[in-house]
Design a protein. Structure first.
Lengths: 112, 116
């Protein structure tokens, strides 16, 4: 899987939007962009994934650059419960059930 | 429905002893994974099982580590002759379908292992 680069940490105020960036300049045409997050003392949980078009779900939005070399996870209104480590992961198009390759992720702190 | 469960939630053992960690995946999930997260380290893949295929053991750090999956469901990760560097959180995950889909992995809460 191609490599991703994320800031080590970010901080946000509660109830404000958060934009978590991820660079993946070596992404291939068939790689999907996945985001997982890990809340304190819990296992990771799936957030969202996409290929080319922007994606929305109940948890977040994923904005993918036109050249696909970067993407941004958007939390529309951060809450204290969103404090976690967020991982941006690339998966090959036919990877199906292969293991996830986690980087160091971005530790998001949310301030009340 | 029930998520992935792991037991025990915490395990303290003495160096040199063997330990067994258990994972109950989500019912019907064909793939099961073990990962390890050491203090200050990222998540690293250990082993994964896909249906009836031979497991991918490429992430196991040494031959002291082994895992089995009985009946395509429950899995046990065994660490023999534990060392202090084995202290970590061991996470299990499962996912549903087969190759060709971008399957979500569902993680359990982990087993926190401390080797004294």
């Amino acid at each position: 899987d191609a490599k991703t680069t994320q800031p080590n940490s970010m901080e946000s105020n509660e109830e404000e939007p958060v934009h978590l960036p991820c660079n993946h300049s070596t992404i291939s045409g068939t790689d999907y962009i996945h985001w997982y997050r890990q809340l304190p003392s819990q296992g990771p949980e799936y957030v969202i994934h996409g290929l080319t078009s922007n994606v929305n779900n109940r948890m977040a939005s994923l904005a993918i650059a036109e050249d696909r070399k970067s993407s941004t996870l958007i939390l529309h209104r951060a809450t204290l419960r969103d404090a976690a480590v967020y991982y941006c992961i690339l998966r090959a198009g036919n990877s199906g059930n292969t293991p996830l390759v986690f980087g160091k992720g971005t530790r998001l702190s949310v301030i009340a | 429905g029930a998520g992935v469960s792991q037991s025990p939630s915490n395990k303290v053992t003495e160096k040199g002893k063997d330990v067994e960690l258990r994972c109950d995946p989500i019912s019907g999930h064909t793939a099961l994974y073990w990962y390890r997260q050491s203090l200050g380290q990222g998540l690293e893949f250990l082993i994964y099982f896909q249906g009836n295929s031979a497991p991918d053991k490429s992430g196991l750090p040494s031959d002291r580590f082994s895992a089995e999956r009985t009946g395509g469901s429950v899995s046990t990760l065994t660490i023999q002759r534990t060392q202090q560097e084995d202290s970590a959180v061991y996470l299990c995950a499962s996912s549903l379908r087969t190759k060709g889909h971008q399957e979500t992995q569902y993680f359990g809460p982990g087993t926190r292992l401390l080797v004294l």
